[in-house]
Ligand binder design. Structure first.
Ligand code: FMN
Length: 204
């Protein structure tokens, strides 16, 4: 049976959504893996989203409910940072997983993290690190990217998001920056790397 990978994200302006798509491409390149991209529910009213000039939710990425997480063999969670930690929308989604926690439904499943920040030093690492508490309480197995993407991870010749914790992008102060080629490449690598590990664990 195919290994089921869920990519579950929240994105206000689309940067995290773009990474999710790229991660999917990487994961799709692994045979016998079935990948689905999901959005978590929005918690802000339309009026507020309008004032924030939020991007419309992508219709090709359906909204997930907490109980559906249990169907996956591995889950990659993506979110923008808010004051150095995950956005409240993703936190609210995790807060709705109490039933899964009680049943231990996610225990032993691999999990990865990807994210966006506005700026360098804005939380590429703290946002990932503080999200590990969610995975830990569920007993999920955090799968970092480490330095598996090779020499490019050490290169200092350009500004780029992402870290050993997972892929990432910088949106820029006004959100006008789009993910760079290097950031997209790390995202695709993360998808492929994660899918390979999830597949191995699924076979055990
Ligand atoms: C209330 C608020 C708090 C934010 N806090 C941070 C922050 O601590 N560090 C940072 O680099 N960017 C911060 N940002 C910028 C967002 O992280 C950035 O716009 C987001 O990562 C873009 O991703 P998206 O297009 O997927 O929504 C903040 C944005 C908002 C609205």
């Amino acid at each position: 049976m195919a290994t089921k990978i869920y990519i579950v994200y929240y994105s206000t302006w689309g940067h995290v959504a773009t990474l999710a798509e790229e991660i999917k491409k990487g994961a799709d390149s692994v045979p016998d893996v079935e990948v689905t991209v999901w959005r978590v529910p929005e918690t802000l009213p339309e009026e507020v989203l309008g004032k924030m000039h939020a991007a419309p939710g992508r219709e090709d990425h359906p909204v997930i409910t907490a109980s559906q997480l249990a169907e996956a063999d591995g889950i990659l969670f993506g979110f923008p940072t808010r004051f150095g930690m995950m956005a409240a929308q993703m936190k609210a989604f995790f807060d709705s997983t109490g039933g899964l926690w009680q049943e231990g439904s996610l225990a032993g499943k691999p999990a990865g993290i990807f994210l966006a920040t506005g700026t360098q030093g804005g939380g590429q690492e703290t946002t990932a690190l503080t999200a590990i508490t969610q995975l830990t309480h569920h007993g999920m197995l955090f799968v970092p990217v480490g330095y598996t993407h090779g020499a490019g991870m050490f290169a200092m010749d350009e500004v780029k998001g992402g870290s050993p914790y997972g892929s990432g992008t910088f949106a820029g102060k006004d959100g006008g920056r789009t993910p760079s080629d290097a950031e997209l490449a790390l995202a695709a690598h993360q998808g492929k790397y994660f899918a390979g590990i999830a597949k191995k664990l699924n076979a055990v």
